[in-house]
Design a protein. Sequence first.
Length: 86
Amino acid sequence: MKISSTEFQQNVGRYQDMAQREPVSITRNGRAHTVLISAALFETALKGRVARKIEDLDKATIMTIADSGVSSEFASLDEFIEDWKP
């Protein structure tokens, strides 16, 4: 959904509710200026893009990472990095 900043200012509550279902693009002078999204979507986007210190991870997450591995179907890719040096 795309609305003008004037429309947004006049109906803030309506667009806050709408942002729970879909992003609301707020324009200024006809161009996208701000996007209003739900807190849940913001948190999802933030978690996927922010590096965290290991000290900030809970034990279950650390154990999940420790127990993870690469599927055997990708074993052939090991040859690409076999002689790689940083």
